[in-house]
Ligand binder design. Structure first.
Ligand SMILES: [Zn+2]
Length: 429
């Protein structure tokens, strides 16, 4: 099994099964419903865990929830803790709707503050960090390998990511330095005790502390979106390796999701929430859509691409409606996944399969075995769909919309198709 590693810029072989393969993926900062782009690392990490386990690996997946930081404070001034608690629950609900199971551990930053304080104390003691005005900063000049992961060194611009964290430039020895601890500011509704006064951790130290708390000082895979390579992951490496911990052996960074060719982000106002996407397209179509993009590459989100994914999902259902067939090569499927987890390759292989047992086994890897369960709709639902079709034919769209809603409320999606009887009923999942 080989995976592309950001740090060495080449494919790296995983140790043979059973490993272990310990994985840490950066989860969301919780202050709103997560968008469909945030769901990509979740989907990739859960699929990879499922595939590695099927391949005989002993896997532990940790995915954090960042429930304290500047974004949350500014989204709910004076009430950030409540927003973070609510948005954490939304995140678990919305990703649960994908039906892929959960990571083994999902630590929340606010539950791990003492571990972060302890790590910062060690960094101060070793001279890798310094307190300043109630904050504590990492001394970038003390870590010679800074910039190796990302190929960026932070001297051409401040190390901070302005969208995630604001920092006090005046307190820093060097503009590249970044905050490990931030003194409490007026209006912030959460703070914790520390040797430097009340305050709260910086974003980067959260992940070093949570990863090491659950996986130890050295682990196999660290993942996250490509936008996290710098400064977030560069800073995690600096914090942990400065303390002599080996930290991650391989770095997986997934490509961004683009809406009409642009990165989806709150500042651009082009957000589609995961919840809305599942509601509109169903989990099966969404998962087939994600399968069609290689995890390292950007992936476009548009009605057209999602229609194609829906048609592909339907193609799989049709195999189970038909009499079935024979043939198909599991090895080709496995080779695609073992070679840098090439899900589009695996998807193409599955499209060639007519052997229903084989196909069910392949779909199962991605949580799509439900495509094999093509239950017939009850007669009452069939009748509603017939009535809807008739309403559409006479252009009575108010009635046809009402019937669609009625069918949906009974747990079915109705789709218009060119073949007889002119519609298809698919159970909502
Ligand atoms: Zn992180």
């Amino acid at each position: 099994m080989r995976l592309y590693d950001t740090a060495t810029r080449q494919l790296q072989e995983l140790p043979p099964p059973p490993g272990p393969v310990r994985m840490y993926f950066c989860g969301p900062t919780v202050y709103q419903r997560i968008h469909i782009g945030n769901a990509r690392p979740f989907v990739i990490s859960l699929w990879l865990k499922r595939w590695l386990e099927r391949s005989g690996y002993d896997v532990k997946l940790v995915e954090n929830i960042t429930d304290v930081n500047d974004k949350i404070y500014s989204a709910a001034p004076g009430a950030s803790a409540q927003l973070a608690a609510d948005a954490s629950a939304w995140y678990v609900d919305d990703t649960g709707g994908l039906g892929l199971g959960r990571p083994d551990v999902e630590p929340k930053a606010t539950e791990r503050i003492p571990g972060m304080v302890a790590m910062i104390e060690q960094l101060v003691a070793s001279g890798n960090a310094y307190p300043a005005g109630g904050d504590v900063y990492f001394r970038v000049s003390s870590f010679a390998d800074y910039g190796k992961l990302s190929g960026r060194h932070g001297d051409e611009e401040a190390t901070r990511n302005p969208s995630e964290e604001a920092e006090e430039a005046a307190l820093k020895e060097d503009p590249r330095d970044f905050a490990l601890w931030k003194g409490h500011k007026q209006g912030e509704d959460t703070s914790w005790e520390s040797p430097w006064g009340r305050g709260r951790p910086g974003w980067h130290i959260e992940c070093s502390a949570m990863a090491e708390a659950h996986l130890g000082p050295v682990f196999e895979i660290h993942g996250g979106g490509l936008d996290l390579v710098f400064p977030h992951h560069e800073n995690e490496v600096a914090q942990s390796r400065a303390l002599g911990h080996e930290f991650a052996q391989l770095w997986m960074h997934n490509g961004m999701l683009r809406l009409a060719g642009e990165k989806m982000s709150k500042s651009l106002g082009n957000i589609v929430s995961l919840r809305d996407a599942i509601e509109r397209w169903g989990r099966e179509t969404l998962l087939v859509y994600f399968l069609g993009g290689h995890w390292r590459k950007p992936i476009d989100y548009s009605d057209e691409v999602l229609e194609q994914a829906a048609a592909q999902a339907e193609g799989f259902r049709n195999v189970f409606r038909a009499d079935g067939g024979e043939g198909g090569d599991w090895d080709a499927f496995a080779s695609a996944l073992d070679d840098d987890f090439n899900t589009p390759g695996a998807l193409a292989v599955m499209h060639g399969w007519r052997d229903r047992d084989l196909l069910r086994r392949g779909l199962e890897v991605f949580g799509l075995e439900s495509l094999a369960e093509v239950a017939a709709a009850p007669a009452k639902i069939e009748a509603l769909a017939q009535a809807r079709l008739a309403a559409r034919a006479r252009q009575d769209f108010a009635t046809s919309d009402r019937l669609r809603d009625e069918i949906a409320a009974a747990g079915w999606n109705v789709r218009d198709v060119d073949t007889e009887p002119g519609f298809q009923l698919v159970p909502k999942r």
